[in-house]
Design a protein around this ligand. Structure first.
Ligand SMILES: CC(=O)SCCNC(=O)CCNC(=O)[C@H](O)C(C)(C)COP(=O)(O)OP(=O)(O)OC[C@H]1O[C@@H](n2cnc3c(N)ncnc32)[C@H](O)[C@@H]1OP(=O)(O)O
Ligand SMILES: O=C([O-])CC(=O)C(=O)O
Length: 370
């Protein structure tokens, strides 16, 4: 038995949800470029869950269901108020999502219909939790979700209490479309491993949030912004990046386990970053990002991944840096739940093997002889 480090190249499941073939990302067979251009986030959520684009009435029903499910149990909001004010935002989200299960009477109902209802509640309630957490830690009251608006609109509204600008809603919506699913990435795999024991959907999503939090995965978008802030201006980019590369340090937001010729989502986010920079009259983050890309791609051949330009996009939308990864979760919960439902449909326990590298032929030594 020989281990493959990081399971690179191992095909661990079949799935009909999303694919990356020859560098092309599709959701249910539709190219991400097509979806980024034309689809709303809710259409993508429907596509991931049901395997087809919704017609008008199906989409209206999904909007209505998400709207009706967006309010979060008051007990969970009260718990958020008890978290230390400096709690890591992904730790808060992980804990609150785990707590949602305690107040859901269907939490352990494993029927497909109940699991779909829980997927809707999870999709609807993650934005409410993230926005409530962001306000509570600033000493403000959470804002109740608004009925009849999109997930993107509602999230921005609940964050600030103001009706967001259409351009901001459009930008966030496109970012959510781009982040919704990604084959067997680490957090989706974590979700599938958890529910393959026939554990519940809340346990699966809680595992996934824990996996997304790390800086090698979803946490990279916050690390990118921390880097941009640390560098400060375009004129300091070259020295900073050269020094990092000389020290063999990783540049966050670059590289990918699967894409070696570039992440197809990055160009959409780069374009959004430029457009939002122009609109907000602050091209600094975009200009720095372009310079970093030139240096890292030029010297290492590494291309930006989805996390790189999303950092400057969210900053232009005036979203605090430590909400970037929770926003990733707000989008990716659509993919996680689609994969969880698919796992339940055709389940088998996921239990690989380890190549043992420890000592052999050891004997128990009585404690007085050690
Ligand atoms: C949504 C997402 O999860 S997208 C990924 C987000 N993560 C990041 O942006 C973090 C930075 N990137 C990375 O750490 C990696 O590229 C990963 C984790 C994304 C992929 O990792 P792996 O497939 O395991 O590649 P691995 O880390 O082994 O890198 C291969 C080589 O490229 C180098 N490399 C990979 N990424 C980077 C980077 N961002 N900066 C500098 N060097 C890098 C590694 O140091 C390694 O070099 P070596 O062979 O000389 O040791
Ligand atoms: O697929 C991966 O390994 C990481 C990624 O880009 C994602 O989850 O969107």
């Amino acid at each position: 038995m020989t281990a493959t480090k990081g399971l690179e190249g191992i095909v661990a499941t079949t799935s009909s949800i999303s694919s990356i073939i020859d560098g092309v990302l599709t959701y249910r067979g539709i190219d991400i470029d097509d979806l980024a251009e034309h689809a709303s986030f809710e259409e993508v959520v429907y596509l991931l869950w049901y395997g087809k684009l919704p017609n008008k009435s199906e989409l209206e029903q999904l909007h209505a269901d998400l709207s009706a499910s967006a309010p979060v149990a008051d007990s969970v909001i009260q718990q958020l108020k008890l978290y230390p004010k400096n709690t890591n935002s992904m730790a808060a989200l992980r804990s609150a999502v785990s707590a949602l299960a305690l107040y859901d009477e269907e939490a352990n109902d494993m029927s497909p219909a109940a699991n779909l209802r829980k997927a809707i509640r999870l999709q609807a309630q993650l934005p409410t939790i993230v926005a409530a957490f962001a306000r509570i830690r600033e000493g403000k009251e959470p804002i109740a979700p608004k009925a009849g608006v999109s997930v993107s609109y509602n999230f921005l509204y609940m964050l600030t209490g103001n009706d967001p600008e259409p351009i901001a809603v459009e930008a966030l919506d496109k970012a959510l479309v781009l982040h919704a699913d990604h084959e067997l990435n680490a957090s989706t795999f974590a979700a599938r491993v958890t529910v393959a024991t026939l554990s519940d959907i809340y346990s699966g999503v809680t595992s996934a949030i824990g996996a997304l939090k790390g800086p090698l995965h979803g946490g990279a978008n916050e690390a990118v912004m921390a880097m941009l802030e640390e560098i400060g201006t375009s004129s300091d980019v070259e020295a900073y990046i050269n020094n990092k590369l000389a020290n063999k340090e990783k540049i966050m937001g670059f590289g990918h386990r699967v894409y070696k010729n570039g992440d197809p989502r990055a160009k959409h986010l780069q374009k959004m970053s430029r457009e939002l920079g122009k609109i907000t009259n602050n091209m600094n983050w975009y200009d720095m990002s372009i310079k970093i890309e030139e240096l890292v791609t030029g010297q290492k051949g590494l291309k930006p991944n989805v996390d790189f330009y999303s950092a400057s996009v969210y900053t232009s939308l005036e979203i605090p840096r430590d909400l970037f990864t929770p926003i990733f979760a707000i989008s990716r919960v659509s993919g996680w739940t689609a994969h969880i439902l698919e796992q339940y449909e055709n389940n088998r326990l996921i239990r690989p093997r380890a190549e043992y590298t420890g000592p052999v032929n050891q004997k128990y030594v009585p404690i007085e002889s050690r």
